[in-house]
Design a protein. Structure first.
Length: 276
């Protein structure tokens, strides 16, 4: 199998960015995958008038990725746990027939019922999902309380067949954005684009175990809000979803990725991560 892990960053090379690329390249080497990091290279973003956050989608328009059996899109704030050798492109050590694999954010549908961050709410999620169903004929997925599932594109794996379906059958980025004028800006971005069209009828979606995208975040917007630790018992890739994580030194990111909160001795400041 010819596999590649892809990361993208736009802006100056900060400590957290350098740490992620270094550690992800080492992880790719351990599992026999290629690694590519694009810095300030705009490909996908040139095809849409809301370019921010579409840059990680470069493989969906760059023909050089067509030769790979599997492509992984990994955000720059994602870090492999120490010494990880489990293969991102396999499920429980087996090759799986899929078009794309992605993790959900299982707690987000609830949080969106009690918080409103930039117009992102559970009710707007429902209107958005229904709008996508009516516009493109998708069949969106809902949790057991009738709330749209939330998918996180911080870690995505795409097969060769899946990539070709995306290029040939999915609407263009611009078509999607043009149909989102009634929604807050968040819903126009790549994550929701991707979340919508993995629900097309002939698309084979694999729900990856959440150990492949364990997100760390703040619960609410208060400066002293609780840290949401979703690493579980067997974390593999940890998604450090804090606004300034790219500015933090590698040692801080290592502790957040690998150690219990009670053992954090972070070099940033004693109140870390109260910056959101």
């Amino acid at each position: 199998m010819k596999n590649i892990i892809y990361q993208y960053w736009k802006g100056p090379m900060k400590p957290g960015v350098m740490a992620s690329t270094k550690l992800m390249k080492a992880y790719a080497d351990r599992i026999g995958a290629e690694y590519r990091f694009d810095h300030n290279i705009e490909i996908a973003s040139k095809t849409v008038n809301v370019p921010i956050y579409y840059e990680p989608a470069n493989p969906l328009v760059d023909k050089s990725f067509d030769t790979y059996d599997n492509v992984a899109l990994v955000d720059i704030d994602v870090f492999p746990t120490e010494g990880l050798t489990d293969n991102l492109f396999m499920l429980n050590g087996e090759w799986v027939d899929y078009d794309a694999g992605i993790c959900t954010e299982p707690k987000q549908p609830f949080f969106r019922t009690i918080y409103n961050s930039g117009g992102i709410t559970s009710e707007v999620d429902k209107i958005w999902a229904k709008h996508c169903e009516n516009t493109w004929g998708i069949k969106y997925s809902y949790d057991n309380k009738g709330r749209p599932e939330v998918f996180n594109t911080g870690v995505v794996v795409i097969s060769k067949a899946g990539l070709q379906k995306m290029k040939k059958e999915w609407p263009s980025f611009q078509e999607y954005v043009d149909k989102m004028n009634q929604f807050p800006r968040f819903y126009k971005l790549f994550q929701d684009y991707f979340s919508a069209f993995i629900h097309l009828p002939n698309f084979k979606l694999m729900r990856m175990p959440n150990e492949w995208n364990c997100y760390m975040h703040k619960v609410g917007s208060h400066p002293n809000a609780e840290i949401g630790d979703n690493r579980g018992d067997n974390p593999k890739l940890v998604h450090i979803m804090y606004r300034t994580a790219d500015d933090w030194p590698e040692e801080a990111l290592y502790q957040i990725t690998n150690k219990p909160i009670s053992e954090w001795k972070l070099p940033v400041n004693k109140n870390w991560p109260n910056d959101g």
